[in-house]
Ligand binder design. Structure first.
Ligand code: C5J
Length: 223
């Protein structure tokens, strides 16, 4: 299959490609979570939910592997370095009790993936303590076991956890594509800059494409 992408067409096989949705959690997308505690307007992120849901449904329908990540710390915060917890002056720090439970702590209501994109049986769910999906998670090994070579990325936020994960994937030898309308930032200029820097220099980090291009590729595969 191929996707009309930038800087050039992206070739992939369904059997060796995974859809990776980064941190589509209430903590980032809904009021009262981590994103808002940092002073962000979280309503901006909601805009990508319908497109991401369409991609998820189509990818599931095609039988593709789905990986969901959550930025999540252990309740004792032993995997949250002070450098991360004490940075800046948020209204609530990681581990503090907020309206959706403890901020960025595994198992808390705010730490769950939003209902519209909730994982289903058979999908991989990765709890990650850092920005990147590969750091301290075992994701690379899980993907290697399944012979995955290509990764399609969506999620939040574009320039933080999504871009870090895409770069980590690139360094590990995966061909990564970022779905432009399935990723969002609290800072529109940062999203735009990330898309540019990923595909610059002949796709130095990877490819970008609108989700419609992926959906067309999947439709072409039907019947
Ligand atoms: C942030 C993330 N922004 N998922 N996390 O701290 O991008």
């Amino acid at each position: 299959m191929h996707i009309d992408a930038r800087p050039f067409a992206y070739e992939f096989d369904l059997a060796t490609t995974a859809l990776v949705l980064i941190d589509m959690q209430r903590d980032f997308i809904e009021p009262g979570g981590f994103g808002e505690s940092l002073g962000n307007d979280v309503s901006l992120l909601e805009a990508i939910v319908p497109a991401t849901q369409r991609v998820l449904q189509a990818w599931r329908g095609a039988g593709g592997l789905v990986v969901h990540t959550r930025e999540a710390h252990r309740p004792d915060l032993s995997d949250c370095p002070p450098a991360k917890r004490n940075r800046g002056a948020p209204t609530l720090r990681i581990g503090d009790a907020g309206p959706m439970g403890r901020i960025l702590v595994a198992g808390e209501p705010g730490n769950q993936i939003i209902e519209a994109l909730a994982p289903v049986a058979g999908e991989i769910v990765i709890d990650k303590p850092g920005k990147g999906a590969f750091y301290a998670t075992g994701l690379h090994e899980l993907l290697q076991q399944r012979r995955i070579t290509h990764l399609l990325f969506g999620g939040v936020t574009t320039e933080v956890c999504v871009q870090t994960s895409l770069r980590e994937a690139n360094d590990r030898g995966y061909d990564g594509l970022l779905l432009e309308d399935c990723t969002e930032s609290y800072f529109p200029a940062f999203k735009a800059a990330t898309l540019e820097m990923v595909r610059a220099q002949g796709g130095i980090v990877g490819w970008t494409a609108p989700s419609s291009a992926l959906l067309s590729a999947l439709r072409g595969q039907e019947g």
